[in-house]
Design a protein around this ligand. Sequence first.
Ligand code: DGY
Length: 315
Amino acid sequence: MAKILLTRRFPENGIKLLSSKHQLDISDNPMSYEELYEKIEKYDGVVSMLSDRFDKAMIEKAKRLKIISNYAVGYDNIDMKAAKDQNITVTNTPDVLTEATAELTFALILAVSRRLLEGDRFVKDGKFKGWEPLLLLGKEVSGANLGVIGFGRIGQAVARRAKGFLMNIFYYQRNRNIDAEREYDASFLPLDELLAKSDIISINAPLNKESYHLINKERLSMIKKGAVIVNTGRGAIIDEKELANALKSGKLAGAGLDVYEYEPTVTKELLKMNNVMLLPHLGSSTVKTREKMAKMAANSIIDYFDGKKPAHIVE
Ligand code: DGY
């Protein structure tokens, strides 16, 4: 029986699985870095949240730790080199959250483009006095140019939805994916061209050295005037201060964010903007998906300590 830490209570199915095989400690509240640092040396395995920072110092403190099962597809919260140096296996939860995250991405695309937030406030503030020909005119999603940055599983699932809206799909990522281009009728474009051509830009890339501040001041200036940008990838892919400036200047018509550069802190200016929809990192947040993720994260730990190779090891 291994000693496992679940850093935040997650769906019951995963808890049942883990505690049927191992000694499980669960934190009912979010653990601060300091709390986790204090406790981590007692554990053989951990199920971590994307908000838990496993940097070099944390990993070096975790002398007994054999496996970090990250309850997320992204694993930019983990210093992979430090984990490798200490022979710690790292796993994530891919595939099962693809549809939920793409769905939320599309919800943001529709909500921001069609100004749903402003419409909702308008009605609730008692301002709706009758149909008006020029009230809250938005951007039509159907037939618009969609630029997807990061054409992995989630980016492609966004494209699949976009096809239903008869959108023209462009994508950018390091390597072209000819099969996906055929499947989604998508065209690869260099980033600068994609920014200039897209009416709606969706960021679905992971955060790494190459994608950090990929959308910076210079790139924001290349975006087509009046475009909408949504980000359900990772916050630090966009320079958030510069994003706020681009929105303030009217360069961008709106933005939909599920992730933030300094999560959970949000750049102050964004909080005041009516054309910006801000969500508390809900990408994978459906009952069905979170239960599947819990099962997957638990099974990674179980398989590891049963001497089997976990199904979703990240390198
Ligand atoms: C993840 O799991 O990395 C996503 O951010 C879920 O929303």
